[in-house]
Unconditional design. Sequence first.
Length: 387
Amino acid sequence: MVGRVWWAVALAGVCGCADASSTAPAPAYRPLSTVAWSAQARALVASAALGSPPAARLYAIMTVAQRVTLERIGADTVRISPPAAIGYASARVLLALLPSQSAPVQTTLLNELRQPGVGPPAAIAAGKTLGELVADSLLRVRASDSTALLDNVVLPTGPGVWVSAPGRVPVNPRWGEARPWLLPSAAAITVPPPPAITSVAFQSALAEVRRISDTRTEEQLAIARFWVLGSGTPTPPGWWNGLATDLCVHYRLTERQCATTLATLHQAMMDASIVTWVAKYRFLLARPFQMDPAITQPVGLANHPSYPSAHSTYSSAAGTVLGWYFPREQPLLDQWVREANVSRIYGGVHYRFDGDQSDVIGRQVGALFVASFAANGLRPYLAVSPR
C-alpha cells in the first residue's frame, strides 16, 4: 500500500533512482524557498479548512507567482534576492486569499528572510518590490476568474439524481464556470455521460460498491481513510504538492526548476477540477449510498455529485505532469494514482466508472500541459545527484 508510505521513505527506498554506487560527497544544497512556502500553504489550507477547489486555486496562484517572479529575476540574482522575492510574492498571495492567517504567514516570511545567503538589505528590498508586484498583478488577473460566483443554483430531482445532504448547500456547484489556466474552456475536454441507472453497467458497478461495503477489509479501510484528505487537511492538491516538493529536493532541482514544476502541476490540477465540476453538475449522478442505502461510507462524504471523481481527477492530472518531469518515478506515481482512485470505491463514495472517467480527464489535461512544456523547450529531470 504505497500511498501510506511517507514520501521521503518511498523515494529513498522504492524508486531506486539515487546513485547508490557513488561514493562522491553530495555538493551543498540550499533549502528551497519554494519548498518552504509550499509547506506553509499546505498548513494554512488545512487550518482554514478549505475545500479542494479553492485550495487548488490557492496553490496554483501562489506557485505561478513564484515561477513568474523567478523568471523576472533571471540572472540578476545579485541585485534582487530570489528567496526574498519568492517570500514576498508567496506571502502576498496567501494574505490575499487567507487574510485570517496573517500571523503564520508573517512568521514564515521573517524566518525565510533570516536564512543564510538571502542577501544584503538592498537585494531584499528589491526582492520585496518585485515579488509583491508580480503577486498583485496575478491576483488582479485571477480576481475575474469566476471562482467567486455565488452558489445559488436550483437542482432538479428524479430517479438517480444526486440530492444534497439535508441542511447543507451543494459544494461549489458553479466551479465549472471558473476560467482555466491553459484550457480555452472546460468544453475543450469532452466528458461522456455515466451509464444509465437501468443499464447492466451501472447495476454491476453499484453491486461492486455494495459488495465491498459488506466485506470491507482493514486494508481497504486504511486505504480509504488515508486518501480522504477532506476538510482540515491540505486536500488532494496539497498531497500532490507535498510529493512534488519531495521530488524537487530529491532531484536537487534549482529554485527556478522547482517553481516551474509546482506551477504547472497546480495549474493542471485546477484545470482538471474545472472539467470535473462541469460534468458533476451536468449529469448530477446520485452517490452509491443514495442508490442503495445499505452501502456505508466510513470515511465521510463530500456534498457534491458522484460522477466523475474529483480525487481521481486531481491524482491523474498530477501523476501525468510529474511523470513527465520525473520519468524514473512513473511506476511509483502510477501506483499512487491507482490507489487514490480505488480508495473512493473502498470508502463507498464512488462507482468504479467515476474513477475510470476521471483518470481519462486527468490524463487528457495533463497531456495538454506536457505538450506545452515540450513546446517551450522544457525537458524532464533525469539526473539525480548522490545524497
